[in-house]
Every structure is written in C-alpha cells, then in structure tokens.
Design a protein around this ligand. Structure first.
Ligand code: HEC
Ligand code: HEC
Length: 468
C-alpha cells in the first residue's frame, strides 16, 4: 500500500470513528494525532478546482510537481505538523477560520492545534476539550498563528507596557497574531514574511525561502534538528512552481472567457522582477511607473446585455478603480515620512504595483494604521506600548511589525504589501485578519483614505478583488 493510500484509508477510518463519541474520547490522546490528523493529501487535491464563497479557484504546478510525499506534506518535526497544516490548497495555501474550526471537530487535537504557536499563549491549559476550545480561540475565530519575537538589542525604543489578555507576552517574546501568508505565487515576492524577516539583503528570494522552510520546521513543527539541504530544496522547488488564482466567478463565469486573462495559467506567465513598476523609480529596467497594474479584465470593459455580461463589466470597473482612482495618501509610516511628503496623491497601485500580481515590488514596510488599538477593537489580542529612547514619543500597537526585526522606530507597525491573488478562498484579510471580507477591506480603505466610493464602486472593487 502506498503511503498516500494508507493515509487516505486512515483518514476514512478516523472520519467513521468521529461519528461515535466513544471513539472520539479516545482520540483525545495528543500523541496519535500526527498520523491521524486528517491532513494527508493526494496529488489530485493539490491541483483540483475548489469552491469558495465567490466562485472557484485552482492551483497549477509549472513543473507538474504534485508529489504528496514531498517534504512539504511530511511531519518533519516533533509535534506532528507539516507545512500543509497551515498552507492548505483549498484556502489558496493559507487557512480559513471556518475550515480550522471544522478541523477542531470534537477533540481539537489535529496537528494545527499545538500550544507553541496555535494557541493564544503557550502557558494555557489544554487538558480538556473545553480548555482547548478556549486556548485556540484566536486560531478558530480569525485564522491567526502566534508569532513570538522579542525586542531586539539595538531597538530605538523600550517596551514600557504589555497588556496581554493571556498573561504571557514580555520583552523577551511578544505574542503577535498573524495570518499565514500563502505558500503559492512565490515568483512575485520581493520580501519574505509580513515583516520581511526571512529576507537576506542581496540574496535571491530562493535563498530566503530555503531558510524559511528550515525555520518553519524548527519553529512551527518544533523540530530538534535542522532540515537537510535536500529537504529544503525539495520544499522550495515544490512551492515555487505553484500558481493559484480564481478560475470562475459565480456571476461572471469563466475568468478566461471573452478575452479576460484571469486564472493561474496567465499568472504563471506574468513577468516579474524586484522593483518592477516601482512608483519611486526603483525599477532596474528604467521603465516608468504605470498605474495600469491589473490588465486581466481589460477586455470586459465593454460587456453589456446579460446578467453575466453585467457581472463582467462590474469586475472591469473594479479593476479600473483599483488602477486609476486617485486619493490622498497621508499618515502612512514608510511612505509620507520616508519621502517627506505629508500628502501624496496616489492610487491602490501606488503600493500594489506588481503587474497582475498586486504585491509591492520592493521590500518597503508600511503602516496603514491597522494595529492601533484605539481605532480597532483588538481586546482579544495583546497590546504593547513602545517609547522612543531619544524623543520619548509613544506608540500603542497590537504588533510592532518590522521594528522587531531592525529595531527602527520608523518601522513600528509596518508590514509588506502582500500578493493580491487567490484572495476569495482565504478570508479574513490583512496581517491580523482584521477585515472579515473583501468588502470590509474596501470599506477600510474608503474610510482610511477618504476615497468617497459609491455603493456601486464598493461592489465593483469587491467583485474585482474576488476575481483575482
Ligand atoms: C503553524 C502554522 C504554519 C506552519 C506549520 C507553516 N507555516 Fe508558513 N507561515 C505561517 C505564518 C503565520 C506565516 C506568516 C508569518 C509572518 O509573516 O510573521 C507563514 C509564512 C510563510 C511563507 C511566506 C510567504 C510570503 O509571502 O512571504 C512561506 C513561503 C511559508 N510560510 C512556507 C511554509 C513552509 C515551507 C512550511 C513547512 C516547512 C510552513 N510554511 C509551515 C504559518 C505556518
Ligand atoms: C500606502 C500603500 C497602500 C495603498 C495605497 C493600498 N494598499 Fe492595500 N495593502 C498595503 C499594505 C502595506 C498591506 C498589508 C497591510 C497589513 O496587513 O498590515 C495591504 C493589504 C491589502 C489587502 C489584503 C491582502 C491580504 O492578503 O490580506 C488588500 C485586499 C488590499 N491591500 C487592497 C487594496 C486596495 C483595493 C487599495 C486601494 C483602495 C489598496 N490596497 C491601497 C498597502 C497599500
């Protein structure tokens, strides 16, 4: 029996077993979950078409590397976890709170439920199902993982107050609740991780990903020894060939019909280099910035008639708003302070500048204001008060972001501009999962930057984002 069929039949047995509470109680032994956590996967599941809230999405592998025995799918540490536990093809290689809650089932012992970083704090009691439900509440409610990082020695600030509802965080290890970034479409990365901590200056992204695979195994999977060079390379080869995008929209139909170029195949052929289309002139090719970042739905601008044509026209209008609607960018740490301009007229594409991928093509950390506890109710996550050692200025934040990596005051609460493909299957959005839906993302921007969007604009822009 091959390894994968063995796992499949085990999973079937487990599903049957779950039906009876008697056996479910026996499953409470965390020691056996590594093998029966239900996360084994088949080749087909890597590239199958999955249904999501606004249509379907699919992943392709440009090297046809769909081996379910790749180390990406293996338990390589001590806690039964593998990469796929937090990077699921059905959620565009991220996770969703709904699916994670299903995985909790009646026992909460699947490999994603581990104290080190799945829980709200590693010191919480998890002996009973009720305790586990409470300890893993952020993972189930918002799909966030606890990233633990301390204040660096060279920090330009002190941590003067920790308000942690779980009584764990300190200057040695802050608890930062972040969404897994998708392990797909990696061709378009300019920096690795929300805070760029896996990015080595001057090294190619492949090197960063190589280190990242090892660090993820030592951290998330609590491995005792580093991965071999061959294991790291196999993981990077596997994930780097993956491209994921929406393929059909519930209202607009196929995203490659009538001249549109949505979907993963066109995405895999999209050109990219670090700095491409940079607004501040950092494109090494010397090409000037163009606001026409997304062109996948250009051909739909003139669609009229049927309900399907109207849905296509709406996506095209949303793309046009994304590319061209101007607004005043102000108070963004990393932009306004960095270039010394208090009010910068820009578009969504000022920051989301990579053609048809939508991430920021340079590793510039930015603060949109998403970590301010006074603006956003984040009482279920820790809050930190930082004081500038020189000026005495104070910032209260739920996540100091990049500043925990380079110690810079100017980088407090800054994060990278992520890739905007395969969005529909992986709500909620932003590093902290603050926006529950794509419409909430659009409303956040509308309020934050006073875009003055009409009801139709909000619908169009949301439809466009959902079609990516
Ligand atoms: C317990 C959940 C978990 C596991 C297991 C896990 N990851 Fe992640 N992964 C995350 C989170 C959370 C982030 C974002 C963290 C951050 O930026 O601070 C992330 C980020 C990434 C990124 C960065 C993508 C980008 O846009 O920068 C890659 C690549 C990745 N993971 C690959 C892997 C690989 C390969 C493995 C297995 C060796 C793995 N992950 C295991 C949760 C997980
Ligand atoms: C000033 C730069 C900037 C501008 C302008 C900007 N964004 Fe963003 N965007 C970012 C950054 C940075 C993030 C990540 C923020 C975080 O999570 O902390 C982000 C995140 C997002 C996300 C969430 C992606 C995910 O994986 O969670 C979406 C969707 C998005 N932006 C859409 C838009 C739209 C639509 C507009 C125009 C209305 C826009 N952005 C304008 C910088 C910008």
């Amino acid at each position: 029996m091959s390894k994968s069929t063995q796992y499949t039949s085990r999973r079937l047995l487990l599903t049957l077993a779950m039906a009876t509470t008697l056996v479910a109680a026996a499953c409470e032994q965390p020691s056996d979950v590594g093998e029966t956590g239900g996360q084994a996967i088949t080749s087909t599941q890597i590239t199958q078409v999955y249904t999501n809230g606004s249509g379907t999405h699919q992943t392709i592998s440009t090297t046809n590397n769909v081996d379910p025995n790749n180390p990406f799918f293996q338990s390589l540490g001590t806690n039964g976890r593998s990469c796929v536990d937090c990077h699921q093809p059905a959620q565009a290689w991220g996770i969703s709170p709904v699916e994670v809650t299903q995985r909790f089932g009646t026992t909460g012992t699947a490999p994603i439920f581990r104290l080190n970083d799945g829980s709200n704090a590693p010191n919480l009691p998890v002996a009973t199902v009720a305790q586990r439900r409470s300890a893993y509440s952020l993972l189930m409610n918002r799909g966030t993982i606890r990233v633990g990082i301390g204040i660096p020695a060279n920090a330009e600030f002190n941590l003067t107050l920790v308000e942690d509802p779980y009584h764990f965080a300190s200057a040695t290890e802050l608890s930062l609740f972040r969404r897994p970034l998708p392990s797909t479409n990696l061709k378009f990365l300019a920096t690795v991780m929300w805070d760029g901590r896996e990015t080595v200056a001057g090294a190619p992204i492949a090197t960063d990903l190589n280190n990242q695979a090892n660090d993820a195994t030592l951290g998330h999977a609590q491995a005792a020894t580093p991965l071999s060079a061959a294991q790291r390379q196999a993981i990077v080869d596997f994930e780097s060939a993956l491209f994921t995008a929406q393929v059909t929209d519930s209202n607009a139909g196929s995203l490659t019909a009538a001249g549109a170029t949505g979907g993963p195949v066109a995405l895999s052929q999209q050109a990219f280099h670090i700095g491409i289309n940079d607004v501040l002139g950092a494109d090494p090719s010397g090409a000037k910035f163009s606001t026409h970042v997304f062109s996948a739905f250009d051909a739909w601008a003139t669609q009229t008639g049927s309900a399907q044509a109207a849905a296509r026209a709406s996506i095209a209008r949303g793309q046009n708003i994304f590319n061209t609607r101007t607004f005043n960018i102000s108070g963004v740490r990393g932009v306004n302070d960095a270039i010394g301009v208090a009010n910068l007229t820009g578009t969504c594409t000022t920051c989301h500048d990579s053609p048809n991928a939508g991430d920021h093509s340079v590793g510039l950390p930015l603060d949109l204001g998403l970590t301010d506890p006074d603006k956003f109710n984040t009482n279920d996550t820790p809050r930190y008060t930082l004081v500038n050692k020189t000026t005495g200025a104070t910032i209260r934040t739920s996540d100091p972001g990049r500043a925990l990596i380079d110690g810079k005051w100017a980088h407090v609460a800054t994060f990278k501009g992520p890739i905007l493909r395969g969005l529909a299957p992986r709500a909620p959005y932003f590093h902290n999962g603050f926006a529950a839906t794509l419409t909430d993302v659009v409303r956040f921007y509308d309020t934050r930057f006073h875009l003055g969007l009409t009801v139709q604009d909000v619908a169009d822009l949301s439809a466009f984002l959902a079609a990516l």
